[in-house]
Design a protein around this ligand. Structure first.
Ligand SMILES: Cc1cc2nc3c(=O)[nH]c(=O)nc-3n(C[C@H](O)[C@H](O)[C@H](O)COP(=O)(O)OP(=O)(O)OC[C@H]3O[C@@H](n4cnc5c(N)ncnc54)[C@H](O)[C@@H]3O)c2cc1C
Length: 553
């Protein structure tokens, strides 16, 4: 455990030296005793310690000081550390000020100068105060904090990024958490500049862009090598599996992820159909295990880093990133999966991240406590999200266009949902409009059978209405089907323009695209079976063909 601080302030160098010496002699094993002549300097130090999440057990301040008197200093210090014990150092003539301070700063003790012998006049009192402080002190969260407004899209984006990257953090809402304001003040951050991210070492970032936050927490965005054997684009289950098999087989493997590893699976509250986990496991847990495994084998991961373009030169793949950097690889596995479709309702963008969420049920569930929430779509992912949200929200409503949930979701989920009293399924129902001042407040629903419309209060709207492949950035670089999924293997022969693309004597391998040495795996591949197990299998299989390709070239 880190030692708590004792902070002493006195402008009189001699007195300061004496009390510092006495305090250090007695307490240095268990406390860090810091002394300064300047109250202003002490206040700066206090802010710094707050950001570093350090504990301060005791302030000792002289009353008569030129910058500010002791009572004022203690008052200000307690704005940041309200549980800390406070002692005023006074001359006999200042006793009046000390007595007043008992009320104003809840003074714990006033110590008359001189305090000799300390064994009698100093240590017994300070021992008592420190013991009392210890009995009430509760160690705080040690990691990263995000401080901001609950319904701010910027705050949501940071929370989503950290939780997606499996970085633990403490969320502090400035409007409902009194301690949050202390961090804001310590960082001298105006409310307009929130969210504030306080890192473990006490440094902080104001409303950071994701790459800045990523660097702050030690995630890499620049490749270490000039050339890789295999570059895997997208770190969903398919990409993670490919990376494990790639580096396990000794290939120089680079995995690139534009937002957070785990892909769609990371937003799943409970995966019940993954082999070997009879009680199910969360997407976050599966991702955490996969990342640990792939790093152990030596995979290099860049995140957040987005691939924008691929070029070919002499058979080598040259990949351009969103930040303009370029990486070379002998082969590529594209495992960019699918992205959520946006709900087409006028004005909905304004509330994205501030009441309207795409696949973020796990992150925002706590904020929905005791509220009424709506989910659009009735597929498996929507049902899983509903099962998670019903533990927090007062009421969860699933809006579907069809008659019954069983027409769109897996049986086991439909059964589970039917047993939960606070989940309601509203058939034939669509969202017509969204309303609110700054955050989502109400939505207008329409029953497509009866034509009836009603406007209801909604704490949040979670959208799960399907997906499209993450391939728009590829343009016409390789052959895709009409929906944008990457065509691979034998299916390519059915494409008119295939011969113009393919110049090798051999046929494309099963997961190989129309460009030799570029493979597709997981949901992004045309004809793939969507699902975590299939994606994992496809990722592993792609590496087998990567090896074959490398042996030939
Ligand atoms: C909420 C939810 C619950 C689910 N539950 C289950 C379940 O219980 N069981 C089950 O079998 N399936 C489940 N699924 C489906 C399953 O998660 C997917 O089938 C699986 O994740 C597909 O894996 P993938 O690797 O192919 O793609 P994805 O998981 O979609 O991952 C693709 C990754 O590529 C990244 N990416 C995209 N473009 C780029 C780019 N240009 N540069 C860099 N990176 C990029 C994305 O950010 C993403 O992380 C669920 C899906 C959701 C949404």
């Amino acid at each position: 455990m880190k030692l708590p601080y004792i902070i002493i302030v006195d402008d009189d160098r001699q007195v300061l030296g004496a009390i510092q010496r006495d305090m250090r002699n007695h307490y240095r094993e268990e406390y860090r005793v810091v002394a300064t002549e300047s109250a202003m300097e002490a206040l700066e130090l206090i802010k710094e310690l707050k950001l570093k999440n350090e504990a301060v057990a005791l302030f000792i301040s002289d009353q008569k000081m030129p910058e500010m008197d002791g009572v004022t200093f203690l008052e200000k210090a307690k704005e940041t550390y309200d549980e800390t014990k406070v002692v005023l150092l006074t001359a006999y003539s200042d006793i009046d000020a000390a007595i007043k301070a008992i009320n104003t700063v809840k003074l714990d003790f006033y110590l008359l100068k001189p305090w000799n012998p300390p064994e009698e006049k100093l240590y017994p009192v300070v021992d008592d105060l420190l013991e009392e402080w210890h009995s009430h002190y509760r160690p705080d969260h040690e990691g990263i904090r995000i401080i901001g407004f609950q319904w701010s899209p910027r705050s949501h984006k940071l929370k989503e990024f950290l939780s997606g990257n499996l970085v633990p953090f403490l969320w502090m809402d400035v409007e409902s958490n009194a301690d949050a304001e202390k961090y804001v003040a310590s960082a001298n951050a105006p409310h307009s500049s929130l969210p504030l991210v306080v890192l473990k070492d006490g440094s902080f970032l104001l409303d950071p862009e994701l790459p800045a936050l990523a660097s702050g927490i030690g995630l890499k965005q620049k490749a270490a090598e000039e050339m890789y054997d295999v570059m895997i684009i997208g770190a969903g289950p398919a990409g993670l599996a490919a990376s494990v098999y790639g580096s396990c087989e000794g290939l120089k493997t680079l995995l690139i992820e534009k937002s957070n590893p785990g892909g769609q699976a990371s937003s799943s509250a409970r995966i019940e159909n993954y082999l070997g986990f009879p009680a199910g496991l969360s997407g976050g847990e599966l991702t955490r295990r996969a990342i640990a495994q792939t790093l152990r084998f030596g995979t290099e991961i860049l995140t957040p880093q987005e691939v924008k373009k691929i070029n070919i030169k002499d058979g080598y793949k040259i990949v351009e990133m969103a930040d303009g950097s370029v990486i070379h690889s002998k082969t590529i596995v594209i495992s960019t999966g699918v992205e959520y479709m946006k709900l087409d309702v006028e004005g909905i963008e304004k509330f994205t991240g501030s009441g309207v969420y795409y696949g973020s049920a796990a992150i925002e569930a706590h904020a929905c406590r005791d509220g009424v929430v709506y989910l659009v779509g009735g597929g498996n992912s929507a049902c899983q999200a509903a099962m998670h949200l019903c533990n927090f929200a007062k009421e969860v409503n699933i809006l579907i266009r069809r008659d019954e949930l069983k027409q769109v979701a897996a049986n086991y989920l439909v059964e589970n949902i039917s047993k939960v009293p606070n989940i309601h399924v509203l058939p034939h129902t669509e969202v017509m409009a969204v309303h609110g001042e700054n955050v989502l407040e109400e939505i207008t629903l329409k029953n497509s059978k009866t034509g009836e419309e009603k406007t209801v209060h909604a704490k949040a709207l979670f959208v799960y209405i399907g997906s499209r492949p993450g391939t728009s950035w590829l343009n016409d670089f390789l052959l895709k089907d009409e929906k944008g999924f990457i065509i691979t293997g034998r299916e390519l022969a059915n494409e008119k323009s295939f011969q113009a693309h393919w110049k090798l004597k051999r046929e494309p391998y099963f997961p190989e695209s129309s460009v030799p040495g570029i493979f597709a795996s997981g949901d992004v591949r045309a004809g793939a079976l969507a699902g975590i197990s299939s994606a994992v299998g496809e990722g592993a299989m792609a590496i087998r063909f990567v090896r074959k390709y490398l042996q030939e070239n």
